[in-house]
Ligand binder design. Structure first.
Ligand SMILES: NC(=O)c1ccc[n+]([C@@H]2O[C@H](COP(=O)([O-])OP(=O)(O)OC[C@H]3O[C@@H](n4cnc5c(N)ncnc54)[C@H](OP(=O)(O)O)[C@@H]3O)[C@@H](O)[C@H]2O)c1
Length: 256
């Protein structure tokens, strides 16, 4: 198994990366596994989960996969039981599942679309924290990383519902940091700019990708690897005095 040279404290840690069946979460799960963590690969698409599990195991990493809808408390409780049976209590929660960012003009947006976006991109993170943070509090140690977005930092081309959910995610993260810090739990967020994934490749024409890249100080779109490395940094003791922070992984698009 390819080893990370840094972050040796992650070895043996039980890490749940929600939304790790695809793209950003999948690469993050792989990087945690390569640092020696025991990783739970999660999503809803069983085949995609199996592919990520296979890619980790083929390199000697330790993981297993579970499908669960993050908008359902009952499903999250079942996920927790499976994790407890296999590995134990979660040490690190990386709540990455979500991604309903497709642009829909506000006045064309249905109430259903608004509520679904809030469910997937905001409420799911609250439910995951409610499920997994109590064990961290009991242990007096834990780490929570919430996925947000540049759309929660600045007005973007994504839908207003998505931007609102991601901005709210950041304030939720700050409250978590404030309330759970005394129990040894850190909470931070990652706010990526546009990161190449299947949807970006499919819906963003190459010339638009070039234009956006040229507009960024670092002159390129993000990669899943950029996000994964940010997650490992926030999860590891290397960042042990950092909590309540929104880490912009955006090639310089967001500088707040
Ligand atoms: N790519 C970007 O440019 C970008 C930028 C900023 C923020 N983000 C955020 O980063 C996260 C990952 O994005 P991505 O690019 O990797 O997107 P993606 O390729 O669409 O992956 C989304 C992941 O979330 C999971 N998911 C979505 N809804 C779920 C639900 N209800 N229950 C369980 N799992 C669910 C998906 O699982 P299944 O498909 O298996 O159901 C998949 O693993 C998202 O939260 C997104 O908002 C992405």
């Amino acid at each position: 198994m390819e080893q990370n040279t840094n972050y040796s404290d992650l070895k043996g840690k039980i890490v749940l990366v929600t939304g790790s069946s695809k793209a950003l979460g999948a690469e993050t799960a792989r990087r945690f596994a390569s640092a020696g963590a025991r990783v739970i690969v999660h999503g809803r698409d069983e085949q995609a989960i199996a592919n990520v599990v296979g890619s980790i195991e083929s390199k000697g990493g330790e993981c297993f996969g579970v499908a669960a809808d993050v908008t359902s408390t009952a499903a999250l409780k079942l996920l927790q039981s499976r994790i407890r049976e296999k590995f134990g209590n979660v040490d690190i929660l990386a709540a990455f599942a979500g991604g309903m960012g497709n642009p829909v003009p506000i006045l064309d947006m249905t109430e259903e679309h608004w509520r679904k976006t809030m469910d997937v991109d905001l409420h799911s993170k609250f439910l995951a924290v409610k499920t997994f943070a109590p064990d961290m509090k009991a242990k007096g140690q834990g780490n929570i990383i919430l996925m947000s977005s540049g759309s929660g930092r600045l007005v973007s081309q994504a839908s207003a519902a998505y931007g609102a959910a991601q901005a709210a995610t950041l304030m939720f993260m700050r409250h978590l940091a404030q309330e759970l810090g005394p129990f040894g739990i850190r909470a931070n967020a990652i706010a990526p700019g546009i990161v190449r994934n299947e949807k970006v490749e499919k819906f963003m024409p190459a010339e638009m990708q070039d234009r956006v890249s040229e507009s960024l100080p670092l002159r390129r779109l993000g990669t899943a690897e950029d996000v994964a490395q940010a997650a490992l940094f926030l999860a590891s003791d290397t960042s042990s005095w950092i909590t309540g922070h929104a880490l912009d992984v955006s090639g310089g698009k967001v500088m707040l």
